[in-house]
Ligand binder design. Structure first.
Ligand code: KIV
Ligand code: NA
Length: 265
């Protein structure tokens, strides 16, 4: 396999080739996601919701992110693996941000880190980049700030927030970030942002005028039921498929249909 790199992603944008990105948190799923041809695997702090059942992304720790990321790295032969810096591991100061990033790179083997925010975390991003660690930005709806926003609704509908978002995107490019995730903003604004920078803008709920798309794997496979945003396309209904399979198994155990003659020693 020819490994996807931060350089090849920037070339893909230049060539007009869209970038596919999905989350993974474990070895078995990441192996499928990688071999199916996904360009970027994000070890998202959405693991806090999807894997651990928390209501927000805030509780997940750096060590828990590293456990997920190291499992994903062992599976990914082609995809670039990006790891979220979790809440509380980079907001205090640039030194803490660098320390957390180094820990992720050394202990998980991931290829890049992602941080939420714009000019508030400028110095931290600079410091991480100076250490040779590729950084992906994340603007728009940034779930680690949910208690500031109060809701998970669309961001940057008003001119003031849209203006700051555009400035932040330009700043992230200038600092040397290799890509930006843009979450839940109007499609028109997202396209303007994507057109204003040479680094790829990867959207989630940001329309099709951007350079790539990302979804949470368990959502697009239909394993989750509660989460129903407009931007989510479900490619399977795995929740129902799995429920059927598991209840068949339970029935077979009860009726002593499983195991049969051939399934025993
Ligand atoms: O944690 C995550 O899954 C993310 C994506 C939704 C972009 O940050
Ligand atoms: Na995230």
């Amino acid at each position: 396999y020819k490994r996807v790199t931060v350089k090849s992603l920037i070339e893909m944008k230049a060539n007009g080739e869209k970038i596919s990105m999905l989350t993974s948190y474990d070895y078995t799923m990441a192996k499928i996601v990688d071999s199916a041809g996904t360009d970027v695997i994000l070890v998202g702090d959405s693991a806090s919701n999807v894997m651990a059942g928390h209501e927000t992304t805030l509780p997940i720790t750096l060590d828990q992110m590293i456990y997920h990321a190291s499992s994903v790295v062992r599976a990914a032969k082609r995809a670039l693996v990006v790891v979220d810096l979790p809440f509380g591991s980079y907001q205090s100061d640039p030194k803490e941000a660098l320390r957390s990033s180094i820990k992720i790179m050394k202990q998980s083997g991931g290829h890049a880190v992602k941080l939420e925010g714009g000019k508030e975390i400028k110095e931290s991003i600079k410091r991480i980049l100076n250490a040779g660690i590729p950084v992906m930005g994340h603007l728009g709806l940034t779930p680690q700030s949910i208690y500031k926003f109060g809701t998970y609704s669309v961001r940057a509908k008003e001119e003031e927030e849209a203006k700051k978002l555009k400035e932040d995107a330009l700043m992230l490019e200038k600092l040397g970030c290799f890509a930006i995730v843009l979450e839940k903003v109007p499609a028109k604004l997202a396209k303007e942002v994507a057109d204003s920078v040479t680094i790829p803008v990867i959207g989630i709920g940001a329309g099709n005028g951007v350079d790539g798309q990302v979804l949470v794997l368990h959502d697009m496979l239909g394993m989750t039921h509660e989460f129903n945003p407009r931007f989510l396309r479900r490619y399977m209904n795995l929740y129902d498929e799995m429920t059927k399979a598991i209840s068949l198994y339970c029935d077979d155990v009860k009726s002593v249909d499983f195991p049969n003659e051939k399934e025993q020693y």
